[in-house]
Design a protein around this ligand. Structure first.
Ligand SMILES: *[C@@H]1O[C@H](CO)[C@@H](O)[C@H](O)[C@H]1NC(C)=O
Length: 186
């Protein structure tokens, strides 16, 4: 028994020593494998997108319509298919759309729950989507929402979107909102 124990102990020490030596000699493949879980995989990219969401509730061709609710009270819900444009101008080039819905989800405040998909129509992003979900407390200068997923170029997306209202018509509800989106994806 004593010999067995001794041998086992020796073997363990030997393996441990080998392990330590190979770590110290820092064979790149070996080090990478051990650090794998905490390193950022080289295929993961971060993309910054900047555009303006044009929310039109007025006129003959609204892009956001109220489907339920009174004023901006608790529960008021809109369905949207808003244009995403390169700039804040109404005739600025369309680069995508924000399709989804938003509801007043606060009882004593104007805070929307946003549930929308940005679908892009330009260049390499054409057809790719980013899914956004988050709280939009509209009177704040900058609101942060979560990127919860994506498709196409943005497959496995995660990140955040910063929204800043650049123009608002309080009588019609029409608004132009600047978006800065920071998205990590594969
Ligand atoms: C985007 O994709 C659609 C469908 O595949 C295609 O009809 C359209 O021409 C494309 N647009 C651009 C700008 O590449």
């Amino acid at each position: 028994m004593a010999t067995l124990f001794h041998n086992t102990h020796f073997t363990f020490t030997f393996i441990f020593l080998l392990f330590t030596l190979s770590t110290i000699s820092s064979i790149p493949e070996f080090s990478e494998e051990r650090l794998g879980p905490i390193t950022i995989t080289p295929t993961e990219k971060t993309t910054h997108l900047h555009f303006y969401l044009h929310d039109v509730q007025s006129g003959k061709n609204p892009t956001a319509i109220k489907v339920i609710g009174d004023g901006l009270g608790f529960g008021t819900t809109f369905i949207m298919d808003d244009a995403l444009r390169q700039g804040p101008e109404r005739d600025s080039k369309i680069i995508g759309r924000a399709q989804g819905m938003y509801s007043v989800a606060a009882q004593n405040d104007i805070a929307f729950l946003m549930m929308m998909t940005f679908v892009f129509v330009e260049g390499r992003y054409n057809g790719s989507t980013i899914s956004v979900m988050g709280r939009n407390h509209v009177i704040d200068d900058v609101r942060e929402m979560s990127i919860v997923g994506g498709s196409g170029v943005f497959r496995l997306a995660k990140g955040y979107a910063l929204a800043h209202t650049v123009w608002l018509d309080t009588s019609t509800g029409d608004a132009i909102v600047e978006y800065n989106v920071f998205v990590q994806h594969h």
